[in-house]
Design a protein around this ligand. Sequence first.
Ligand SMILES: Cc1ncc(COP(=O)(O)O)c(C=O)c1O
Length: 401
Amino acid sequence: MTIPLTRPLMEADEEQEVLDVLRSGAIGTGPKTVQFEREFASYIGRKHAVGTDSCTNALHLALRAVGVGEGDEVITTPMTFVATANSIVYTGAKPIFVDVEPDTLNIDPARIAAAVTERTRAIVLVHLYGHPCEMDQILDIAKRYGLKVVSDCAHAIEAEYRGMKAGALGDVSCYSFYATKNLATGNGGMLVTDDDQVAELVTVLRDHGMSAGAWNRYQTGESKHYAMTHLGYKCIMWDLQAALGLAQLKKIEARHARRVKLAALYHSLLAPLEPYVEPLHPRSHVKHAHHLFPVMLHGMDRDWVAAQSEASGIGVGVHYRPVHLEPFYRKEYGHSPGEFPVAEGAGEGLLSLPFWPEMEESHVVRVAKTLQEVLDGHRKENGASQGNWTGQAMLPEASAP
Ligand SMILES: Cc1ncc(COP(=O)(O)O)c(C=O)c1O
């Protein structure tokens, strides 16, 4: 049996919530969305939450709402999913990439100031894999230069920085509820902020730029007419997504506790494979959301290891190869290899291992064992003298899942 990279869990309570919506006769944006927004805002500790159809569109709307537009520059990280940088491009602004810290792979605060110009309007940071960025330093820089801070919290729902939810810091934070995320509604997103004007504008922009959404109009009975005040978009959340979100939000901390346990097990089982296989270690002042479990491979070809792992029934992924080297960014902005060496080095060695809360301990053991076998195979093919895996590790026997 293949151990997949990730697997969403849908239980009886999710089914019941969805059935309630289906039977209610109202499946668009409605009361479940409003309830989910309220509960999510309270979970993060923000005044407003606005549901959307994705994190990508939440980021785009957030940037528009804080005033980013044509001709502006926005500082961001190359070590992320393409959606982060794309959301900047949608506004007409230019993404300015800054290299990352070697241990967390988050944007390196020490490099941000040098990238600021008179056109810089905002920083879009990403709490990669669920490890919060160094917010004290980033917020200081933002204050010094008058920049808005928009956080891509796609991986970081449960994450905390010095005891505060990571998404409660900065101006606006955006979440993803895509099928693979820690809270998964298939597609879906949320934007949270304490700023009344940003929340109001995003609420208008997400629904065609109309001053009151369809559900509001019918709900209040005020007017059957709408006024289109802005050129908006169609990226609303709908109640079927919110229903799944409500059920999952109740379980998110319990499931996170399981993530912590499994991550610790991975760390102990993979320790004998260091320095060839190097997991990323969280810093002591953060609560890591543990969205993914990536390792850095040293002295061997990552794609070869990935192919061998897949052939042995272990689902793996690559999160990420740096965005500036994607063909679009090379072509449009003239990027080329060598600009951001930390991100580029990581992009060649990263491999994400199977990770989801209901994974069994025996699955983790099997993954570690398979990795050891793959490393042994690499040694046989390439010889132990080339700085490759030397095969000393002793891993426990895997009990077949
Ligand atoms: C870091 C990051 N940002 C943004 C996104 C985009 O999220 P969505 O699929 O909800 O638009 C993702 C999704 O994988 C992501 O991993």
